[in-house]
Design a protein around this ligand. Structure first.
Ligand SMILES: O=C(O)CCC(=O)C(=O)O
Ligand SMILES: [Fe+2]
Length: 358
């Protein structure tokens, strides 16, 4: 298939070829060269989770409704998960199946809108509150990624595309529930670091905290072994809470190996993100992860970023520092500036976090 110009600028609007519309074209029998990310001789290790070192599972209900001993044990387990994996699965999380399924249905309905309807949200500025796009940053990506996305800022001010019908309501409910889950987890995480339970709430100004919904859509790919859905990266913010539609594809890096995260229904996946690494002064590391694609089914994932307010200067918690044994390992940076930096760089491992490392 011929190369195409992915981004077309006309009348002050930007439009692009989405992966979804590409897969709907009858000529597509092989991967267009602009999407070739790797060669098939790639010999890196990808494994299933090891039985002796399983992906940590945290029972959310034990954080809320348990005896003091059970709560203390859960906080300890969360701390270990953040330290050793930067990642855990959350069960009994209080977001009902109905709310989860309703959200998944409406995200699919958004991506199934006509291309012209979606392109109304093809963002021009990285800080636009609603942005529909493809790959990561088409103007910078040398290789395109096999995903379309919708990113919507939902807190402190709630935004929503006005189509499809019902999206706004489904999203408002889902975002409200996951914000609460995020705040409760951050209380436990603060305690696990030896800080007051309301530390993050107070110091990260969560009343005006930044929450973003990022929906990823990965249609079946003709040559999945050559393409990449999202390349290795860590997320901005404190936590990222992800659910997926029952199709696998997420991999997290643990002890130098890529581990396949199977998609347990109704389970939320929690990622330590860059700002938690900074606040904890590196005790908890943001996890590198990526999404691979398949030729069988459409995969959808929905990430909820729980982050400090845009005006918060994020820096290592003074309470955790000690000039001799544990000096600050990161410089402070306003969340807004960090986000600008992240969005104007190409997605590349932890390269943005490296810029604030001392
Ligand atoms: O698709 C996934 O499972 C990962 C999504 C992701 O990493 C992100 O949206 O930041
Ligand atoms: Fe991510």
């Amino acid at each position: 298939m011929a190369e195409f110009n992915n981004q077309v600028q006309s009348n002050n609007t930007t439009s692009f070829t989405s992966v979804k519309s590409l897969t709907e074209s009858p000529q597509l029998t092989s991967l267009p060269p602009s999407y070739t990310f790797r060669t098939s001789s790639d010999d890196e290790v990808v494994s299933e989770p090891d039985q002796d070192d399983p992906i940590p599972i945290i029972d959310y209900s034990l954080l809320l409704h348990a005896s003091p001993d059970q709560r203390a044990k859960t906080i300890h387990d969360i701390g270990m998960a953040c330290e050793q994996w930067g990642f855990f699965m959350l069960i009994n999380h209080s977001v009902s199946n109905t709310i989860l399924e309703n959200m998944v249905d409406h995200v699919f309905a958004f991506f199934n809108l006509r291309e012209e309807e979606k392109q109304e949200y093809a963002g021009k500025d990285v800080m636009d509150p609603i942005r529909y796009g493809t790959s990561s940053n088409v103007s910078m990506d040398k290789v395109l990624f096999w995903r379309d996305f919708l990113k919507v800022v939902v807190h402190p001010e709630f935004h929503s595309p006005h189509k499809p019908l019902g999206f706004r309501e489904a999203s408002a409910e889902y975002c409200k529930r996951t914000w609460k889950v995020g705040k409760e987890l951050l209380k436990g995480i603060s305690e696990s670091l030896g800080l007051e339970d309301n530390y993050m709430e107070r110091r990260m100004n969560l009343d005006s905290g930044f929450q973003m919904l990022a929906a990823n859509f990965y249609p079946p790919c003709p040559q999945p072994e050559l393409a990449m859905g999202i390349p290795p990266h860590s997320d901005h913010g404190l936590l990222n809470i992800v659910m997926q539609n029952g199709v696998s594809g997420l991999q997290v890096l643990h002890n130098g190996k890529w581990i396949n995260v199977s998609s347990a229904p109704n389970c939320l996946l929690v990622f330590v993100a860059d700002h938690l690494e900074v606040v904890s002064n590196g005790k908890y590391k943001s996890v590198l992860h990526r999404a691979v694609v398949s030729n069988k089914a459409t995969r959808m994932s929905l990430a909820i970023v729980i982050a400090p307010s845009l005006d918060t200067v994020v820096e290592p918690a003074k309470e955790l520092l000690d000039n001799e044994r544990n000096p600050a390992a990161y410089v402070g940076m306003k969340h807004r500036d960090y986000m600008q930096l992240q969005r104007s760089n190409k997605l590349d491992g932890k390269s943005v976090l490296d810029k604030v490392k001392i």
